[in-house]
Design a protein around this ligand. Structure first.
Ligand code: MRU
Length: 346
């Protein structure tokens, strides 16, 4: 996710739907293009969705942008924020970034459209810079979890593609590799859209990290064979009690990790916590197109007449989570009190 140019610039994204076969960039110059890029997963991963949305608001109030609503720049901004909120429901970083941009606009006296645009571009750049620092800090906080010769299992993609840089769950792995540790990463394929096989394996192999892609249903077996000593995943929304929404399949992995007495960690920035959700039951779960399941490999793999259930996320209860790695430190054990303590004091 990168902003190219100054106030007349545009948002450039890696089109993640084309990886690993092609590295193609998608340039967005309108808020509709940003909405579309988020909805279709061209840009995906909780922090990256937030960054894209923040820059989307900058695009929306440019004088050259076709208006989403009539009225003042501030009215147009509000309309664009409401519109972007409908792009995807689960990753709270989207709403966090839009709220933060909206607050930045509310707290400035800027009256002209040009001044407001400068304020918003500044704020989006701040969010981006904080995200860079956050990824590094999560990497440092998670580094002690790794040891030489370990096997590490991850699910979906919580790497550099999912944030500004380094990512969340993959950040400790990237740092460890840079510091000379040798380990093997088992990347769950992550059906139906294969973020693990397509994206995580792409990121890991580019950095020379030993990578083994497994079908999702192989995770229990690699644990039983003693190949894995640590499970680490990202998060789309963490409730006040630590219940964690992440890519569908995460909950099953946590159950498997508990059965095999393996540590199960979540890595996420403070912007992924939603204190308005008391527990996981309050997290909206995105339901996606059945065709992702029936036609996922470029051809039909399910007979006509069969119904499909395709939730994009599930919720892992806090009691199955060994710890949460944040940019403010490690939360372990996971409870409402330890979460508050780390995020407030860290
Ligand atoms: O549907 P996706 O690909 O956006 O789902 C992404 C995930 O579940 C990631 O694990 C999560 O957003 C964390 S990214 C640092």
């Amino acid at each position: 996710v990168a902003w190219i140019g100054g106030r007349n610039g545009f948002l450039r994204l890696i089109d993640q739907t084309r990886l690993p076969n092609e590295l193609v960039y998608r340039d967005c110059r309108t808020v509709e293009e940003v909405w579309q890029a988020i909805r279709t997963l061209q840009v995906r991963g909780a922090p990256a969705i937030g960054l894209a949305a923040a820059y989307g608001l900058v695009l929306a109030i440019r004088p050259t942008h076709p208006p989403l609503a009539s009225g003042s720049a501030r009215e147009r901004l509000a309309a664009a924020a409401s519109y972007l909120r409908t792009s995807r429901p689960t990753a709270v970083n989207l709403f966090w970034a839009l709220d933060r941009m909206t607050r930045a606009a509310a707290s400035t006296q800027a009256s002209s459209q040009a001044d407001l645009l400068d304020v918003l571009l500044q704020e989006a750049h701040h969010i981006y810079a904080e995200d860079l620092a956050m990824c590094r800090a999560i990497g440092e906080a998670g580094l002690p979890l790794l040891g030489d010769g370990m096997g590490v299992l991850t699910h979906c993609n919580a790497g550099a593609l999912a944030a500004s840089d380094y990512g969340t769950a993959l950040a400790p792995l990237f740092l460890a590799a840079e510091r000379g540790l040798r380990f093997t990463v088992y990347a769950d394929e992550t059906r139906p859209l294969l973020q693990g096989a397509r994206l995580t394996a792409w990121e890991l192999t580019r950095r020379g990290i030993d990578t083994v892609v497994i079908c999702d249903n192989t995770a229990g077996q690699v644990m039983k064979e003693g190949r894995v000593q640590l499970v680490i995943v990202g998060a789309d929304r963490i409730a006040a009690n630590g219940d964690t929404a992440n890519k569908i399949g995460t909950y099953g992995l946590a159950v498997l990790a508990r059965a095999h007495r393996l540590p199960f960690y979540v890595a996420a920035p403070s912007s992924t916590f939603d204190f308005s959700a008391a527990d996981g039951a309050a997290v909206p779960i995105e339901q996606r197109d059945p065709r992702e399941v029936t036609h996922g490999f470029g051809r039909q793999t399910v007979p006509d007449g069969a119904r499909v259930y395709n939730p994009a996320f599930d919720v892992t209860p806090a009691e199955l989570i060994t710890g949460i790695v944040t940019e403010k430190g490690l939360i372990r054990p996971v409870s409402p009190a330890t979460i508050q303590q780390t995020l407030r004091t860290g």
